[in-house]
Design a protein around this ligand. Structure first.
Ligand SMILES: [Zn+2]
Length: 290
């Protein structure tokens, strides 16, 4: 069945403590694809999404893909322009059966704390409640209630150092198609704990506290109606309310199970919080160690 799916992205990671505001020139220098230019993308999260949509014979409506290296908050003018353009293309593409967005989760704007929440809310406002909206997030996302409320599903990268953008895009697209074809009815819950740490113990492979958390979360996928688990190690350099890491769980039409599982994974993350602290050295001891 040929579903019409809109696809877009505004993607970056912001730092409130250092860095110049990100401008349109920054996005232009890195990645700024409009309309059919989006269809040329073969890598990254959007590449993974497009791969699945093409494979399934979907009718893709490309919106806008803008990404840039981390910096300060996105300038107000830049975000307004990117958002307006993405939304205008979405309006033109209607009616669509679903919307796929590749987002980071820790992007901010000079005058908007939660870029992703703001964008998802605007997209929801245009397509309405009946159209499915699925977004992928970096595992360093600062996930907000606004994001959870305005998306049908949020699916995060699973690896740090990151090497699974493409496969995460594929997972997001497959989940959207499963929903569209009636194979599941996702219900989503988030549980966060007030833990902010550096990336030093944030690896997802081998020994390590966050690797243990990720494995715990991923073991649950596929069990008794669990469609997706996403573990978050929040980007610590945004300065916003309700900061913390945790878990987003998506179950098949069982909100209570999603809440229970997300809470138990977040509780385990909380228990391991001290293991996430790096060992600190004075300059003298660091030189001796070196
Ligand atoms: Zn990241």
């Amino acid at each position: 069945m040929s579903h019409r799916i809109a696809i877009g992205s505004i993607f970056t990671e912001c730092n409130h403590f250092r860095g110049n505001p990100l401008t349109l020139e920054d996005f232009s220098r890195n990645e700024l694809r409009r309309g059919t230019e989006v269809l040329e993308q073969s890598s990254g999260t959007v590449g993974g999404m497009l791969h699945v949509l093409a494979d399934q014979g979907c009718d893709v409506s490309p919106l806008l893909v803008a990404s840039t290296c981390p910096g300060g908050p996105v300038s107000s003018g830049c975000y307004r322009q990117l958002k307006t353009e993405l939304l205008e293309r979405l309006r033109t593409a209607l009616p669509v059966a679903g919307v796929l967005l590749s987002l980071h989760g820790a992007a901010t704007v000079e005058d908007v704390d939660d870029l992703e929440g703001d964008l998802l809310e605007a997209v929801r406002g245009i397509v309405g409640e009946a159209v499915l909206v699925v977004a992928t997030l970096d595992l360093h996302a600062h996930v907000t209630d606004c994001m959870v409320h305005n998306a049908d599903a949020l699916v995060a990268w699973e690896t740090y150092p990151h090497r699974d953008a493409f496969t995460t895009g594929e997972r997001g697209a497959r989940l959207l198609l499963d929903m569209l074809e009636g194979r599941c009815r996702p219900t989503m819950a988030m549980a966060k704990v007030p833990v902010m740490v550096t990336a030093i113990h944030g690896g997802t492979e081998g020994e390590g506290p966050f690797a243990d958390c990720m494995r715990m979360a991923k073991r649950e996928e596929g069990k008794s109606g669990v469609l997706s688990t996403s573990m978050f190690l929040v980007h610590p350099y945004v300065d916003l309310p309700e900061m913390g890491g945790g878990c987003v769980v998506i179950t098949d039409n069982d909100l209570e199970a999603a809440v229970t599982l997300a809470s138990s994974i977040a509780e385990y993350y909380w228990q391991r919080r001290m293991d996430l602290e790096p060992v600190l050295h004075t300059p003298e001891s660091a030189i001796r160690l070196g």
